[in-house]
Write a protein that binds this ligand. Structure first.
Ligand SMILES: NC(=O)C1=CN([C@@H]2O[C@H](COP(=O)(O)OP(=O)(O)OC[C@H]3O[C@@H](n4cnc5c(N)ncnc54)[C@H](O)[C@@H]3O)[C@@H](O)[C@H]2O)C=CC1
Ligand SMILES: Nc1nc(O)c(N)c(N[C@@H]2O[C@H](COP(=O)(O)O)[C@@H](O)[C@H]2O)n1
Length: 216
């Protein structure tokens, strides 16, 4: 068993979720409120380690009203336990789970265990299926995947995403080195693309929000 997974991101019209230098202020104010309402509805928010290193994110509900206990569990996919101890994702605003692989140095894992629950899953990269099963055992039923590009690719290609919700901002960033919504190895033949079903679309301010379910 695994949680229901909603991939949420904001991207420019040309599909970038961050510029080549890591700049990623994309959503308008209204969309940010939508994102935080979605966070409030979820039991966990999951990101990859590069997102943590790039953004030092809080991953809490702070742009809309929130009650005590509204903050979801924060999950970092961090195979080699590189999450810096002074980063906000390890503060006391919400519980945190760090998924590491067996390749993580024991000393780093022991340090992280002082601030977070550490789940060891996989030999080199984190075994995402195992991590999600463990999160389900912990009571996580709805999980928001917030990226980044590489983790989005792995989760989608392993069939672990149920919905994709994207804020498309009226901006173009360009850049062959910029991060896109989904990076990773990629497919060869378009017939192998992950198929989506459009469920709804609407505008929020200048942003266009599109919401899909992943076809099985
Ligand atoms: N605009 C938006 O909505 C968002 C933008 N971002 C941006 O995305 C960028 C980070 O994206 P990425 O560099 O792609 O890194 P990422 O955040 O997707 O982390 C990927 C890393 O996680 C680790 N990992 C361990 N096991 C893994 C597995 N099984 N599958 C995949 N990764 C695994 C690896 O070290 C891998 O390089 C940042 O610039 C951030 O600002 C991130 C989230 C949302
Ligand atoms: N939905 C969305 N729109 C943007 O424009 C963004 N830059 C992001 N980034 C994601 O949100 C994280 C920061 O969250 P906190 O405000 O620190 O809680 C960032 O790390 C990305 O995951 N998302």
């Amino acid at each position: 068993m695994r949680p229901y997974v909603i991939l949420n991101a904001a991207m420019t019209l040309d599909g970038k979720i961050a510029t080549k230098t890591g700049s990623s202020e994309i959503s308008g104010e209204e969309d940010l409120r939508r994102v935080h309402e979605l966070r409030r509805e979820c039991d966990a928010i999951m990101v990859g380690i590069n997102t943590v290193l790039a953004d030092d994110p809080r991953l809490t509900v702070h742009r809309v009203d929130a009650e005590e206990g509204d903050n979801p569990v924060r999950v970092v996919v961090d195979s080699r336990a590189r999450t810096p101890l002074n980063f906000r994702v390890l503060n006391d605003e919400a519980p945190t789970v760090i998924g590491v692989s067996e390749s993580a140095p024991a000393s780093r894992v022991n340090e992280l265990r002082k601030r977070a629950e550490v789940v060891v899953a996989g030999k080199e990269r984190v075994n995402l299926c195992l991590l999600l099963e463990r999160l389900h055992e912990m009571g996580v039923r709805r999980l928001m995947l917030e990226g980044g590009s590489t983790l989005n690719y792995s989760m989608l290609t392993e069939g672990l995403v149920d919905e994709v919700r994207v804020c498309i901002a009226p901006m173009i960033a360009g850049g062959r080195e910029a991060r896109t919504l989904v990076d990773g190895e990629g497919i060869d033949d378009m017939s192998d693309a992950i198929k989506l079903e459009l469920e709804r679309f609407y505008t929020l301010g200048e942003d266009l929000i599109v919401e899909y379910t992943v076809k099985r």
